[in-house]
Design a protein around this ligand. Structure first.
Ligand SMILES: *[C@@H]1O[C@H](CO)[C@@H](O)[C@H](O)[C@H]1NC(C)=O
Ligand SMILES: *[C@@H]1O[C@H](CO)[C@@H](O)[C@H](O)[C@H]1NC(C)=O
Ligand SMILES: *[C@@H]1O[C@H](CO)[C@@H](O)[C@H](O)[C@H]1NC(C)=O
Length: 500
């Protein structure tokens, strides 16, 4: 923990000592009811560069509001959709390396689209609170730009998708708020937290800013307003990968390896590993269409980590990133998912539920297990897992993930590892639970399967013992249910076609 705090400290040296809320911006003119300002292009400081698939990393042609000739000069395609990419706060005053990556990924998925990068680097490289306050003026610039596209160039609003990272997410929100039509979609990529956690909806990204607002939260560790990414939900769908706090592969060990490999010049990127993960998750959804990640609605990350939230009923699950289903669920709906530590990020989620029984009163906490899954398409062995507690005569539920598609699950092995020290009770051989059935729910397929002991009526899970083996039950409850449903369908009684 201590070392992680050092990183936070470094970030906070980069940031500011204090993060006051906005006071200096021109609140009155910003939200005045006159519409004159939006047609005044003279004070726009942000630049709008139409990047190309061939040169994704350089600004070769700017579209200038008020100058219709720039639209044709840059070969802006009026027929296709437009992505507007908005960067965040920057230490170096230069575009970060993710910008061309995202531009390329957008073109890879939608080759005929227009990808526009907003350049507000000058305002973005100030003292953090100053740059944070500038989001209002930059949002105004973007609002003028898209308003001009629609009013003068007759570009349709429903083809506009703004993508904003960090402070850029709030810029997109303000732009959406200030335009009288609704932008089709805003994607917030780990919207910035400091100065915004407690700010009102007019200053931050919010569900009112576009017809559909989806948000990825990847770096929300720490107390509110100290966390780099905003913690509260700000969209129609807010996804918290790996709990949203911190991302796998961004730990100190990886950081050290990256410093060893690339030196200190990439310091800001190393520090922002979890923050920037939001962008790479979105890029993943663009380029790895066949490996779409799923997220699941859940009341808390603790409940999700117990595997309790893998349901897809009533829009409880959704695809992550570009292919999201645009369901406008009630506000504050948080969704969770696990990921790998590198692209492709997709994992398969399993809930496992067992009842532990024993004649003896046993109680353990933080127990290490190794679980192996065998399926029709593949297998994944020795997945490590720590179970928070094991008590006699209780049912435990836990979440397990694999990065391989094992197909339909056929067999499961579990081994209860023994931590290094030997307790007295080990000698008495009492450290074992009996398990009769193992219930499994698969998030990605929504399959529910019951497993039972391969041999005998139950297995004996022994601490430090051998693998226990479960196989798919012959009289699987759920398959019986399916047969029953099938029968009813065949009889044409209860089900009409396409009721789903
Ligand atoms: C603008 O607001 C002012 C005061 O809030 C009000 O008196 C005025 O009628 C409004 N104008 C329009 C065009 O809505
Ligand atoms: C657990 O339940 C079983 C059967 O229900 C019972 O025989 C056993 O005594 C219980 N164990 C304890 C420690 O209460
Ligand atoms: C339809 O229902 C009837 C009465 O419940 C039953 O006897 C019959 O076997 C069913 N048919 C099929 C195809 O399941």
């Amino acid at each position: 923990m201590g070392t992680e705090n050092i990183w936070l400290l470094v970030i906070w040296i980069f940031l500011a000592n204090k993060c006051e809320s906005f006071s200096t911006t021109t609140e009155a003119t910003l939200f005045s009811n006159t519409t004159e300002w939006i047609l005044d292009y003279t004070d726009i400081e942000s630049k709008f560069s139409l990047r190309t698939a061939d040169v994704p990393d350089d600004d070769l042609c700017y579209i200038v509001p008020g100058q219709p000739n720039t639209v044709s000069e840059c070969k802006f395609n009026l027929e296709t959709q437009t992505f507007v990419v908005i960067h965040g706060w920057t230490v170096t005053g230069m575009f970060e390396s993710w910008v061309p990556k995202l531009v390329s990924a957008l073109y890879e998925r939608e080759p005929s689209a227009n990808v526009i990068v907003v350049d507000w680097l000058v305002r973005a490289q100030q003292h953090y609170p100053t740059s944070a306050a500038y989001t209002k003026l930059v949002g105004r610039d973007v609002a003028k730009f898209v308003n001009w596209l629609e009013k003068e160039i007759h570009y349709p609003w429903e083809k506009l998708h703004l993508l904003g990272y960090s402070l850029g997410a709030h810029v997109a929100g303000i732009a959406g708020l200030l335009t009288d039509h609704k932008i089709n979609r805003i994607t917030g990529l780990d919207p910035a937290g400091p100065s915004f956690e407690y700010a009102d909806e007019q200053s931050t990204l919010s569900p009112d800013d576009a017809k559909f607002v989806d948000v990825l939260h990847t770096n929300t560790r720490g107390s509110p307003d100290r966390s780099i990414g905003i913690q509260r939900p700000v969209g129609h769908i807010d996804i918290y990968p790996n709990g949203g706090t911190f991302q796998p592969g961004c730990d100190l060990q990886n950081t050290m390896m990256m410093i060893a490999a690339t030196g200190l010049q990439n310091m800001d990127q190393i520090i922002k590993c979890s923050h920037e993960r939001s962008i790479h998750l979105f890029i993943d959804s663009l380029v790895n269409k066949q490996q779409e990640s799923m997220a699941y609605r859940c009341s808390s990350k603790e409940a999700f980590n117990k595997g309790l939230c893998l349901s897809c009923r009533k829009n409880r699950c959704n695809k992550v990133g570009y292919g999201v289903n645009k369901v406008r669920t009630r506000r504050s709906s948080k969704m969770y998912m696990k990921t790998r530590e590198m692209m492709p990020y997709k994992v398969f989620h399993y809930q496992m539920k067992v009842h532990l029984f024993s004649p003896d009163k046993l109680s353990f906490t933080e127990q290490p297990m190794l679980v192996s899954l065998y399926g029709t398409e593949g297998e994944k062995e020795d997945i490590p897992l720590t179970l928070p507690y094991l008590y006699t005569n209780t049912t435990i539920s836990f979440l397990l993930t694999t990065d391989v598609d094992i197909g339909e699950l056929l067999m499961i092995k579990i081994r209860w590892e023994k931590d290094s020290y030997i307790s007295l009770s080990d000698w008495w051989g009492t450290n074992k639970f009996k398990i009769r059935k193992l219930r499994v729910k698969v998030g990605e397929t929504q399959a529910k399967v019951i497993f039972s002991a391969k041999e005998g009526e139950f297995v004996q899970l022994v601490r430090g013992g051998k693998d226990v083996v479960f196989v798919k039950s012959k009289d699987d409850e759920s398959s019986r249910k399916e047969q029953r449903l099938h029968k009813l369908k065949m009889n044409g009684s209860l089900f009409k076609p396409n009721t789903e």
